[in-house]
Design a protein around this ligand. Structure first.
Ligand SMILES: Cc1cc2nc3c(=O)[nH]c(=O)nc-3n(C[C@H](O)[C@H](O)[C@H](O)COP(=O)(O)OP(=O)(O)OC[C@H]3O[C@@H](n4cnc5c(N)ncnc54)[C@H](O)[C@@H]3O)c2cc1C
Length: 271
C-alpha cells in the first residue's frame, strides 16, 4: 500500500540523528504492518535498517536478537548442540500466519512491538525467558522481561519514541527441554492458543507460557513438575474465564478449553 500521508523517510545511522521525537513519527522495521493499512497519524517514517545492528549474536550467556532481525534469519539459526530449545524457534515461526513478504521482511522486534495476542515471536521469546532492552528517548536504556513488555491486546510498555533495541534469550532457558502446542480454527489461521512448556534437564523449574488464548502472555512457574490437578488449579488461580481473549479466531470459552487441554499434554510430555 502507498502511504499517502508520509512526507519523509529518515534513515539515521545513530539515535542522535533522529532529533526530538514528534507524535507523527513512527519507527519503520519490516514495514509489513505499517504498509498494510493507512497510517493517518504518521507523516514521517524512521527506518531502523541503517542502524546496522547485527541480527543475531550468540555467546556463552545466551542469544542476543536485534529488534531488526528478520523472521527468516531466526528460522535459519542453528545454535550450539546444548541449546536444546532452538527447534522451538522454527516451531513458533511456523505457527505464524505468514505471507512471503512477512517471512522475508518482518522483524522480531516489529512482531513483539505489535503486541498482538497471537504474536508468535512474543510466544517464543516469552517462553524462553527473553529480556527486552529498550532505548527510551531521553533516559538510560532499560530492561524488562518480554512477558511484562506486552500489557494487553496491541498494548505494551513503550513510551513515545522509545525503541525496542533487542531481546536476550538466556542460555539457561535455551538449554531447557520444551514442548509446544498450537491451535488455529482455520488452516494457516491465526493462533487461538500457542502454549509452551520448558523444564530443566533434571525435571525442575517447569515454566508454562500461555499465549494467543489470552490478550497478553501469562506464565506459571513450578519448582517441580506439577500433577494434573495441581496444574489445573494453578491455571484456574491465575486465569478466570473472563481473562481469555475472545475474537473471531475463537471464543474465550474455546480458548480456555484448549488451554487446559494443551497444558496437560505439555505437562505429560515433559514429565
Ligand atoms: C495480513 C496480516 C496478517 C497478520 N497476521 C499475524 C498473525 O497471525 N500473528 C502475528 O503475530 N502477526 C500477524 N501480523 C502482523 C505481523 O506480525 C506484522 O506485520 C509484523 O510482525 C510486523 O513486523 P515488521 O518488522 O514488518 O514491523 P513494522 O510494520 O515495520 O512495524 C510494526 C509496528 O511496530 C513499530 N516498531 C517496529 N519495530 C520497532 C522497534 N524496534 N521499536 C519500537 N517500535 C517498533 C512500528 O513503528 C509499527 O508501529 C499480520 C500482519 C498482516 C498485514
Amino acid at each position: 500500500m502507498n502511504l499517502d500521508t508520509i512526507t519523509e523517510v529518515k534513515r539515521p545511522v545513530s539515535l542522535d540523528d533522529v532529533g526530538p521525537w514528534r507524535s507523527n513519527y513512527a519507527w519503520l522495521a519490516g514495514g509489513t504492518w505499517l504498509y498494510s493499512e493507512p497510517q493517518i497519524a504518521t507523516d514521517t517514517l524512521i527506518d531502523l535498517d541503517a542502524f546496522g545492528w547485527q541480527p543475531l549474536g550468540a555467546t556463552s550467556k545466551g542469544l542476543e536478537i536485534a529488534a531488526t532481525c528478520r523472521v527468516a534469519d531466526l528460522h535459519a539459526f542453528a545454535g550450539p548442540e546444548e541449546w536444546r530449545a532452538v527447534p522451538l524457534f522454527r516451531q513458533c515461526i511456523d505457527a505464524f500466519l505468514m505471507s512471503f513478504k512477512i517471512w522475508n521482511a518482518a522483524t522480531i522486534g516489529g512482531n513483539v512491538v505489535m503486541s498482538l495476542p497471537a504474536g508468535a515471536m512474543i510466544s517464543l521469546t516469552a517462553a524462553l525467558e527473553g529480556v527486552c532492552t529498550l532505548w527510551p528517548r531521553d533516559a538510560e536504556p532499560r530492561t524488562l522481561p518480554v512477558v511484562d513488555f506486552v500489557t494487553g491486546n496491541h498494548k505494551n510498555v513503550l513510551r513515545p519514541g522509545e525503541l525496542l533495541r533487542s531481546i536476550h534469550l538466556p542460555a539457561s532457558a535455551l538449554t531447557k527441554r520444551h514442548a509446544m502446542r498450537q491451535m488455529s480454527l482455520t488452516r494457516l489461521g491465526r493462533s487461538a492458543a500457542l502454549i509452551v512448556g520448558t523444564v530443566d534437564g533434571d525435571g525442575r523449574n517447569f515454566l508454562l507460557t500461555v499465549t494467543a488464548a489470552t490478550p497478553r502472555p501469562v506464565q506459571l512457574r513450578f519448582d517441580r513438575m506439577p500433577t494434573t490437578t495441581e496444574l489445573r488449579q494453578a491455571i484456574d488461580e491465575r486465569l478466570s474465564p473472563e481473562d481469555y481473549f475472545q475474537d473471531v479466531h475463537g471464543s474465550a470459552a474455546y480458548k480456555r478449553h484448549i488451554t487446559y487441554h494443551f497444558a496437560e499434554q505439555i505437562r505429560a510430555e515433559l514429565a
